[in-house]
Design a protein around this ligand. Structure first.
Ligand code: HEM
Length: 146
């Protein structure tokens, strides 16, 4: 676990703020790139992505994911929050493990998320490095439970 420098934190925060209102688009991009992730959701499994995109269920789950990422972004602002990050992410990973979600799928999510944020925010090598560090930190905790 390598804490972000304050410059890295600022980059994560400012790029996140540029996409955090695109909840539905983010979830859509993830499902579009990786239908196996969509298939793990009983409410979306086997359904046409473009037809579920506009539903309240889709908006609800998109909001949950974006809120959780936002919570993690906020928590990573201070090293004092490291214990809270640890316990929050462990519990999140256990719930996902119990749903049959795999590390490979977490890596797919990472690829799709990265592709989305890098093409919808002011991006550069420094932002990429900051996000990679942030995700490495979170996944380092999550992968102990998946
Ligand atoms: C990578 C593959 C993933 C799969 C297949 C997956 C699947 C699921 C499923 C089936 C649910 C239950 C939905 C419901 O009951 O309506 C869920 C809940 C949730 N997912 Fe994921 N998920 C994945 C990754 C992630 C990631 C990377 C995040 C956030 C960074 C995330 C955030 C959440 C949140 C916040 C919830 C609701 C709270 C909870 O139960 O943990 N998921 N996920």
């Amino acid at each position: 676990y390598t804490p972000l420098s304050s410059d890295q934190y600022s980059l994560v925060k400012s790029t996140w703020d540029q996409v955090s209102h695109n909840e539905v688009d983010i979830l859509y991009a993830i499902f579009k790139a990786y239908p196996d992730i969509q298939a793990k959701f009983p409410q979306f499994n086997g359904k046409d992505l473009d037809s579920v995109k506009g539903t309240p269920d889709f908006a609800l789950h998109a909001t949950r994911i974006v809120s959780f990422i936002g919570e993690l972004v906020t928590l990573t602002s201070s090293e004092a929050n490291a214990p809270a990050v640890q316990s929050t992410v462990e519990a999140f990973a256990v719930r996902h493990h119990n749903r049959g979600v795999t590390k490979d799928q977490f890596n797919e999510f990472r690829t799709a998320f990265f592709s989305y944020i890098s093409s919808h925010s002011t991006w550069g090598d420094n932002a990429a490095a900051a996000w990679n560090q942030a995700i490495d930190n979170i996944y380092g905790i999550a992968f102990t439970k998946l």
